[in-house]
Design a protein around this ligand. Structure first.
Ligand code: IVH
Length: 730
């Protein structure tokens, strides 16, 4: 006989079996649990439960309400768009973007990095090339702007272009001087805010002790980095003040006067100005020396008292840094050499299939939760069917998983000796688990080989793809709409309020026309808005968050062409390629019509697209196929009625080559071709690989061949290297 259930616990009873009393109790429990999860997620930056668990709770709540509409609570979570949007801090645009770093995972990657730098700069093997090596602090980066020696603005990194203004909180951090003597008039210093391990433990103990009284708002942090982030992003500066935060300076943004000639001297300058710099920073003259210092830091890691996750190498000479510049979001002159991933052993309970926005079926391992490097892991990626096949991964297996910094944990090994007899070989589905369409391995046009990934062919009919595309649309590097995150999108999609991107922009109008009701709050028993004594409708309690949402949406009615293109979720077109297209075509409509013309591979439009440095046949195919689909064109057309993509800014509008299309050929003597191209791009030129009637300049070095001939035939202006060098100076 089944054990009798505890009186209050109805969570395992299916919705259609609940009695009204049980349903009421369940709704009460769900309201509480969901509110707590929202707070943990939105206000404390620390999800208490997984997204899947959260969605399941919300779904159950909704189903119970559907079955017992009268029992719906006034504080029902289904009336909330989500927790309060994080309009908590003012935005702050960085004068100089805050970049991230490329990673090296082993010695070879570091040797390659050094070779790349030498090649770009055209340095011979015996020419001197020094680097600095210093710990990569596992905290959050911060930009401090001083004007006339006074701290004016402190901002978090945000998306690299715009962060949050946290000045008030930063004033409480002891390591950060509020006034500087002998600094340039405009001086931006950058570094890492972090919490020591000891202080992190103490803080968590304190939070746990207080948890009795106020369990909801005082949950412990998962690791020191979250603790530092959570503490810095407190609305109440008094709370930040009570949390021990520290700061190491290691970089800079806008400065009105050069700081030094080398990275090393710049850091020493920080020290003189009163900032803490890391004592393990070292100047190295060779890769061998860099690697030796890496091992040294790795050996000291456990006794440092704060978390680091690798070593950062930076080219020492600042004139070299300047010439190397950056690609996308990472400098060519620096790299982060990561420490090896941490591993743990656990049981793989089940293999689930997730369907992404492009239909890709990704197998996910559901694990018995295990702690890896201080973080509880219960899911890991299994990559694709081949990976499972190769390692013969089965449900029920004991497996080794690894987690490297911020990367998704992965299953790396199966302990076959621990395999239960009943474990069966995993059969990868040939149908989409969400919509039931066939799942196939596509053929890559470049290689003619079948792709390793299996994809759902359901396109628009696949609910999973639709939701994932919408989530991508609002993601941080795309539309990034304040108050409209993944959860709200999923909820709106499920309710049928948002089916395609344009629907986001009609929410306000539809609300005003009473076609939808985002304020289903404060309704009376008859389902009507509550009235006050005078018979006037009471303002709904969540009016503010809905208004904030509308405002957040309106703010994005004008958006950069690069973000707009990225948001569309075209196969093989992410942030970097979206930027290439935006810069090449200048505005969205030019890109759109070129994509339609490029359907014909013989066309000039197709050749022109391929001439973009960095765009190959696969990417072009992605674009063409996307606009070939009528439903995609419809979705874009609807969206263009609501949103205006801004003309792409020319990076350096004042330069002589801004907006011009340039081709480089032959051997250059004063800089490598790679540097010349990068320089041209930094000056706002479009660099192309082939000559056409659209080419404005050909820069011809020594031994220029067929390109020079073609340029002369087409009457394209040809520059010598000296003429180019003059333009490139600025
Ligand atoms: S230099 C242009 N140096 O790592 C390069 N970054 O993945 C700017 N970080 O956002 C960064 N320690 O938050 C640099 N010694 C160090 C660092 C460091 C930690 C972080 C920083 C940055 C991230 C890049």
């Amino acid at each position: 006989m089944a054990a009798k259930k505890k009186a209050e616990d109805f969570s395992s009873i299916p919705v259609n079996k609940l009695s009204p009393e049980e349903a009421a109790a369940e709704l009460e429990r769900l309201a509480e649990v969901i509110t707590r999860a929202d707070q943990a997620y939105y206000e404390h930056d620390k999800p208490a439960i997984t997204d899947a668990q959260y969605d399941a709770l919300r779904r159950r709540n909704l189903l119970i309400e559907k079955r017992f509409p009268k029992l719906k609570r006034k504080d029902s979570p289904s009336d909330k768009v989500g927790a309060a949007p994080s309009t908590k801090f003012e935005k702050s645009k960085h004068a100089v973007p805050m970049l991230s770093l490329d990673n090296a995972f082993n010695d070879e990657d570091v040797f390659d990095f050094e070779k790349r730098v030498r090649r770009f700069l055209g340095l011979g093997e015996d020419e001197k090339l020094a680097f600095t090596a210093e710990p990569k602090i596992d905290g959050l980066s911060l930009n401090l702007r001083y004007e006339g020696g006074a701290l004016k603005v402190a901002a978090t990194r945000g998306d690299g272009e715009t962060g949050e203004n946290v000045t008030g909180n930063v004033l409480t951090i002891g390591d950060i001087p509020t006034a500087l003597k002998a600094a340039p008039d405009i001086f931006e210093v950058r570094g890492e805010v972090y919490m020591s391990l000891e202080e992190f433990e103490a803080l968590n103990e304190r939070l746990e002790r207080d948890a009795g009284e106020e369990a909801k708002t005082h949950e412990p942090f998962a690791n020191p980095r979250n603790a530092a982030a959570g503490s810095l992003r407190q609305l109440d500066a008094a709370i930040t003040a009570a949390r021990p935060l520290h700061f190491f300076a290691y970089a800079w943004g806008e400065v009105s006067k050069p700081l030094a000639e080398t990275q090393w001297d710049a850091i020493q300058r920080f020290k003189k100005l009163g900032f803490k710099i890391n004592r393990l920073a070292k100047r190295c003259e060779s890769v061998d020396e860099m690697l030796a210092h890496y091992r040294q830091i790795e050996a000291e890691r456990a006794t440092l008292g704060y978390d680091i996750d690798g070593v950062v190498y930076k080219v020492d000479r600042l004139d070299y840094q300047q010439r190397l510049g950056y690609v996308s979001r990472a400098p060519r002159w620096a790299i982060a050499h990561k420490f090896p991933a941490e591993k743990a052993t656990t049981v793989l309970e089940k293999i689930d299939i997730q369907v992404g926005r492009t239909g890709k079926l990704t197998p996910v391992a559901r694990l018995t939760p295990v702690t890896v490097g201080g973080v509880v892991v219960s899911n890991a990626t299994l990559h694709n069917a081949d990976y499972i096949e190769e390692k013969d991964i089965r449900e029920g297996d004991t497996v080794t998983i690894q987690r490297a910094g911020d990367v998704i944990p992965q299953v790396v090994e199966v302990l076959k000796e621990k395999r239960p007899k009943s474990a069966k070989k995993y059969v990868f589905p040939d149908h989409c688990p969400v919509c039931g369409s066939h799942a196939v391995n596509e053929v890559n046009p470049n290689t003619g080989k079948a792709d390793v990934d299996r994809r759902c062919t359901g396109g628009l009919v696949c609910g999973a793809q639709a939701v994932e595309r919408l989530k991508h649309f609002v993601s941080r590097l795309a539309f990034d709409i304040e108050g409209l995150g993944e959860k709200q999108i999923a909820a709106f999609h499920e309710e049928g309020i948002i089916k395609e991107p344009a629907d986001i922009f009609t929410l306000r109008a539809r609300q005003e026309a009473d076609e939808i009701d985002l304020y289903r709050y404060d309704l009376d028993d008859k389902g009507e808005r509550k009235k006050d004594k005078n018979g006037k409708e009471k303002p709904p309690t969540n009016q503010k968050s809905v208004q904030n949402l509308f405002d957040g949406i309106d703010e994005r009615r004008s958006i950069s062409t690069a973000r707009f293109i990225n948001a569309l979720g075209i196969r093989h077109v992410g942030e970097t390629n979206a930027r290439l297209f935006a810069n090449h075509y200048g505005d969205f409509n030019a890109f759109y019509s070129a994509a339609l013309k490029a359907r014909d591979e013989e066309s000039e439009a197709y050749q022109d697209m391929l001439s973009i440095d960095g765009v190959g046949a696969l990417v072009a195919r992605g674009v063409i196929d996307f606009f070939d689909e009528e439903h995609n064109r419809d979705a874009v057309d609807h969206l263009l009625k609501e949103v205006t993509p801004e003309k792409a800014e020319t990076v350096n509008a004042s330069s002589a080559v801004a907006g011009k299309t340039m081709v480089f050929t032959g051997t250059l003597e004063t800089m490598t071709r790679e540097e010349a191209k990068a320089r041209a791009q930094a000056l706002g030129a479009k660099v192309s690989g082939s000559i056409s009637a659209k080419t404005d300049y050909l820069v011809a070095g020594l031994k220029a061949g067929s390109k020079l001939k073609k340029a002369e035939e087409l009457g394209v202006a040809v520059l010598t290297e000296a003429e180019w060098a003059k333009l490139a100076k600025g």
